[in-house]
Structure formats: structure tokens, C-alpha cells
Design a protein around this ligand. Sequence first.
Ligand code: ADP
Ligand code: MG
Length: 154
Amino acid sequence: MTVLQELIIENERQMQNFGQKLAAFLSKGDLVLLNGPLGAGKTTMTRGIGKGLQATGTIQSPTFVLARTHQTPTAPLVHVDAYRLGSAVELDDLDIDFERSIVVVEWPRDFTQGLSDDWLEIEISRDRDSDSRMLRIKGHGKWQERELDIDPGN
Ligand code: ADP
Ligand code: MG
């Protein structure tokens, strides 16, 4: 595991921009785990990733459907909410083709790690008295040899 980047995100727009720029690095087989409390900005970042990948449809919290697939010119974007997933068996039931897709998981669990050889873990922490979020991006697999220096703009 390598820490690829740490940065401060000041507002919702920057969170989207970050996701949009991250999308340029993503290709099939990539798995992105988004860790952070309710309201941290996991769905907001995923919306940016979707924008960057030119995904079809609206990206919203997939809480009730557990997973939603959006077509993109790069690879299908599968947006998973693992909050209600009870086990690896239930995840398996979703029949996600990790090798051919770009998979983004909100509320990752121990059984959502390592489903792909190459994965990113993004920790989003909230600041107590401002809108700022702290991002820490950790890389596994091929990501350990990569450099990430994303500027979220302003
Ligand atoms: P999660 O999916 O982690 O529960 P959402 O992305 O659905 O979070 O919601 C994040 C909320 O926080 C949105 O209402 C957004 O407007 C607000 N917000 C305020 N500041 C930020 C920020 N810096 N980054 C992301 N979202 C922010
Ligand atoms: Mg969400």
C-alpha cells in the first residue's frame, strides 16, 4: 500500500472536480473504495467520476438498489453501496464483472477489499467546524507505482 496523495477539499464543487480528474486515471479493472461518514461526500465524488467518464444516467446514492451500472465510453461504471450488504455471498449475488468494469464502492467493508488486483482506497474525513474534507488516497497493486497529483481547482 502506498499513500498517493493527501489534500484538502474546501467545497462540493472541488469534490466533484477531484472525482472528474481522477476519472482520467481509471480504466477497466479498477476498484475505488470510498470511506467516510454519512455526508462526507462519497456520492458527490462518484458524481464527479461519472462526469469525467461521461457516464449515462444520474449518479445518486444506490442505497436501495445496492449497485447501479452506468455505461461510459471507457468501461461500465458500477456504483455500489455496501452499507446493507451482509456478506461476500450477497456481494457475489450482484454479479459484478470487476475485470471489465470500473467499480466505485461507498461504505466499503472487509469483503470489498482486494476484489480487484488494482484498487484505490480514499478516506474522506470531515472537519468539525467547516465544509472542508480531508482526502487521503491509498493505492494497491499497479497504483503503488503511480503518481497522483490532482488539483481540485477552486
Ligand atoms: P455521502 O455519499 O458520503 O453520504 P454526499 O455526497 O451524498 O455524502 O453528501 C455530501 C453533502 O455534503 C452534500 O450535501 C454536499 O453539498 C455537502 N458538502 C459540503 N461541503 C462539502 C465538501 N467539501 N465536499 C463534499 N460535499 C460537501
Ligand atoms: Mg452516499
